[in-house]
Design a protein around this ligand. Sequence first.
Ligand SMILES: Cc1ncc(COP(=O)(O)O)c(C=O)c1O
Length: 384
Amino acid sequence: MQIEEFKLERFFSKYEFKAPHLLCSSDPESFLIEELLSFEPNLSEDLKKVWLGYTETQGNLELRECVTKLYETINPENILVHSGGEEGIFIFMNVALKSGDHAIAMFPAYQSLYEVAQSTGCEITKWELNEKNNWELDIEFLKANIKKTTKAIILNCPHNPTGYVMSKEKLMQVVDIARKHNIVIFSDEVYRFLEYRSEDRLPAVCDVYENGVSVGGMSKAFALPGLRICWTATKNKEILNQMAKFKDYTTICNSAPSEFLAIVGVKHKERIFKRNLEIISNNLKILNIFFDKYKDIFNWQPPKAGTIAFPGIKVNIDIEKFCIDLVDKKGVFLLPSTKYDFGNRNFRIGFGRKNMPVCLIRFEEYLNQSNLLLKDPVLAKTES
Ligand SMILES: Cc1ncc(COP(=O)(O)O)c(C=O)c1O
């Protein structure tokens, strides 16, 4: 198997545990095990009694039962638990796509959502979000690009990196198109439940489409990425069976303590989502003020959901050099759009962590000290 380097993850591996001010994380503020165990009496004692043998390959039954409550029509047999969303993506692409097939994927995107498909020899058409129109997707593009060989449409809403969420009407149009052409929809929903307005929450694709495969998990909405527990949910038994067979060659089964803690997380979902959304909402108020203050420099399109957004820079600079200079000089870590193969004008900013305001102060200090931006009247006036 030949696969391109995962640019975002390589860049993260360089700075994530070295830079003091992470300002582009997509996972919300996490929890200590101690905090999670305080959600119910006796959990500490119960954790000590977790058996450290192999676990059920499909995933712990109690966990799968709890997960069904996140969906409308899904039962435990429709769920396969993975070691992280990344495993679900990797396995799906490998069982559902092959050389000669074609898939259409939202773009920009978390790279594995199209790269793993490409590594199988599958041809990818990138369905680009339109920055000039609030990152909106054009349904006509999707219709025009369906081919006889199209096997999958790959969605990710709420979207990494823009925070875009399509309308329910648009999602149902995508489902209609997929159904008409017998195409599977693979829907990465790891940021679902982090919508700022509940009415923006989309139905899970596995609930509204018989050939829909939804990915959910603990890493984003539940703020527990260190558990490495996610799942795929689908009513398509054939796909789920093939994925289960493939998993025998990746992780076989999941970590028992992680499954125990994931059950606690899923049972206390309302409390976790509320706390995450409070942090996000406070941070977004500050970010709206910040981007208004610097509107001559940045193009800010407020997201609809999740922990990240993808502002543009209006001044004429190389965004990757800018991000590297920022992290080197101030320890503030932003992610340039080059790591998404999406030009050199945008960067990902994250606002799910409690220390975001401090990181932003450091970022502002950099801006104010930087000849590159504010003090150079020529550059500051150069619109892209
Ligand atoms: C859209 C999306 N899907 C999947 C993943 C990977 O999730 P996990 O950490 O559970 O492997 C990420 C991580 O950033 C993501 O943003």
